[in-house]
Design a protein around this ligand. Structure first.
Ligand code: PMP
Ligand code: GLN
Length: 386
């Protein structure tokens, strides 16, 4: 039997996002670390939530989500991505985080190996481990962060059962191409692997690169759980309404875990998201344009100040290439120096690695008001010229 102290002595349990936001509050730094917007919240969404609280139900909804929300999710993906979803394949969850947890708990058996792609979002590794699995790590190749299919193939062993993908990628902002996904499809078919595809950033793509979901790849359609988040599509990160989309038998397995994780997700917010999902494509274009302008502002400011910013198609983040910016490639040390000396919080990309981290890249969140971004750039310029 392990003692209580031993059980509590695992790896640090606080995420890099919490640590940097906590430090930013303590030091009064501008927070370009954790990804959340400080832009005006869409008033029509706030109004929808208020109406839902007073006019709809505040009691438990059906376990898999309100039928109206599931229908709205199906209509949204049909319109935006040409996906035809069966309502029996939709499970509404408390954010994408819960969808990830329910999916991995449903799919990973003790002793299974799961391929994780680095840089990786922080929740994947602990969730695979909690389910009794072990991770095999494959790294995207900078500076364009391409997926090396040969290395992916080499990482698949006899115990490998699944792959977790993230497109658009947090932190790099890059997207998997159809060709890369078809390559994954060939490998997945060969060994009957499942795919959990974290696509929370699918709505925040700015450069016209098409978002391709593994659900749209014939070899992957039946073996993929696609995960989305209303928090990201509508820039309401605190709403924590997400979903898992899959072929009905896979969705039923995910629902089986969801019912004992949270059982259901806040009813009024489900109504509000159902209404929000009926907003026309034009609304989404205007919403994205506001974020595209913020991105352009930060990229311009950083570039003028001598920082080399890597290309990114989506997410609320850009990354700085430290070596190309004439800076020492030690992202964690620089992040610490920036928050303490320049008063700007960032996230070191090395925090997204479980082994062999890349240390030459720093992530900044641009989803902020113009004045906040201007002030952050001013501080970074002053830091460089000191
Ligand atoms: N996956 C990725 C890649 C994310 O960036 C985030 C949040 N930033 C999540 C999952 C979690 O989303 P949610 O807040 O809906 O749980
Ligand atoms: N996903 C957000 C980010 O990348 C943070 C979410 C969290 O703090 N868990 O900044």
């Amino acid at each position: 039997m392990t003692s209580l102290a031993e059980r509590l002595s695992g790896p640090a349990s606080t995420t890099i996002f919490e640590i940097m936001s906590g430090l930013a509050r303590e030091l009064g730094a501008i927070n370009l670390g954790q990804g959340f917007p400080d832009l005006a919240e869409p008033p029509e969404l706030v109004a929808a939530a208020q109406r839902a609280l007073s006019e709809r139900s505040n009691q438990y909804p059906p376990m898999r989500g309100l039928p109206e929300l599931r229908a709205a999710i199906a209509a949204y993906y049909s319109r935006e991505q040409g996906l035809e979803l069966d309502p029996a394949g939709i499970v509404v969850t408390s954010g994408a985080t819960e969808a990830l947890a329910a999916s991995l708990l449903a799919l990973v058996r003790p002793g299974d190996e799961v391929i994780l792609v680095q840089p990786l979002y922080d929740a994947y590794l602990p969730l695979v481990q909690w389910a009794g699995g072990t991770a095999r790590l494959v790294s995207l190749e900078p500076p364009l962060w391409t997926l090396p299919l040969d290395k992916l193939a080499a990482a698949i062993g006899p115990k490998t059962r699944g792959i977790v993908l993230n497109t658009p990628n947090n932190p790099t902002g890059t997207m998997l191409t159809r060709a890369e996904l078809e390559g994954v499809g060939t490998l997945a078919e060969r060994q009957d692997l499942w795919v959990v595809s974290d696509e929370v950033w699918e709505g925040m793509v700015f450069d016209g690169t098409p978002h391709v979901s593994p659900l749209a790849i014939p070899a992957l359609a039946k073996r993929t759980v696609k995960i989305g988040s209303a928090g990201k599509i509508f820039s309401m990160t605190g709403w924590k309404v997400g979903w898992a989309l899959a072929a009905p038998p896979l969705a039923a397995a995910v629902a089986g875990k969801h019912q004992f994780l949270t059982f259901t997700t806040a009813t009024p917010l489900q109504w509000a998201v159902a209404e929000a999902l009926t907003l026309p494509a034009e609304w989404h274009r205007a919403h994205r344009a506001r974020y595209a302008a913020a991105k352009a502002q930060l990229v311009e400011g950083l570039t003028a100040a001598g920082f080399a910013v890597l290309p990114a198609s989506g997410t609320w983040f850009v990354t700085i290439d430290l070596a190309a910016s004439g800076l020492a490639p030690d992202d964690a040390a620089l992040a610490e120096q920036l928050i303490r000396e320049a008063g700007v919080a960032s996230i070191p990309v090395s925090a997204f690695y479980a082994d062999q981290p890349e240390r030459g890249y720093l992530r900044l969140c641009f989803a902020k008001q113009d004045a906040t971004l201007d002030q952050a750039v001013e501080r970074l310029v002053a830091f460089r010229t000191e």
